[in-house]
Design a binder for this molecule. Structure first.
Ligand code: HEC
Length: 162
């Protein structure tokens, strides 16, 4: 009789401990979930500029890189440079317009003549500003406050070359 009583107590104790154990794992899980939640929330807190530059980088790597090259130095005589381009840096808004509408003119870039046409590269002003800002920051050491806003490009007319 005593034995049964003892084993009953032991079983109860074990049950109690396991349920406690379960409880504490749950708490741990919740803390883990909270940590995960916090981590996934963080990217949303990224600045508008960071998001824009990411888009610009994506566009550059998908579109511009073929001609203007991974280092943005272009190919002498064929594709003008975007890194250290005296032509682009003299008027980055013109660069936005060219990215949007294409370019078909003879131009001198860093003393070299270029005349092959470039077809329109993007559909929207937002995309054009994003990729030019990426080029200015990533390949020309522009600081964030030197970059273009959409407002800066308000006079750019979307008028793709024929
Ligand atoms: C198929 C090749 C090609 C692709 C792709 C291309 N370009 Fe060009 N780009 C050119 C050529 C050729 C010129 C010279 C155009 C001219 O003489 O009118 C040029 C000129 C430019 C210029 C003005 C000249 C300079 O070097 O500052 C800018 C700015 C420019 N491209 C930006 C871009 C951007 C941004 C992209 C990607 C979204 C891009 N280009 C994609 C071929 C290309």
């Amino acid at each position: 009789m005593k034995r049964t009583f003892l084993s009953a107590i032991i079983i109860l104790a074990v049950l109690f401990l396991t349920s406690c154990g379960g409880g504490s794992t749950e708490t741990q899980n919740t803390t883990e979930q909270e940590t995960v939640k916090k981590e996934t929330v963080e990217p949303a807190a990224k600045s508008e500029l960071a998001i824009q530059l990411e888009l610009g980088e994506k566009i550059y790597n998908e579109k511009c890189i073929v001609c203007h090259q991974a280092d943005a130095k272009g190919l002498k005589g064929a594709f003008p440079p975007l890194a250290g381009s005296d032509y682009l840096l003299a008027d980055p808004i013109r660069g936005v317009a060219q990215t949007l509408n294409g370019s078909n003119e003879e131009m001198i870039v860093n003393g070299e003549k270029y005349l092959a046409p470039m077809t329109p590269q993007v559909q929207t002003k937002e995309e054009a500003v994003a990729v030019i800002n990426y080029v200015l920051k990533h390949f020309n050491e522009y600081t964030d406050d030197q970059l273009l806003s959409i407002e800066d490009a308000k006079d750019v007319v979307i008028n793709p070359m024929k």
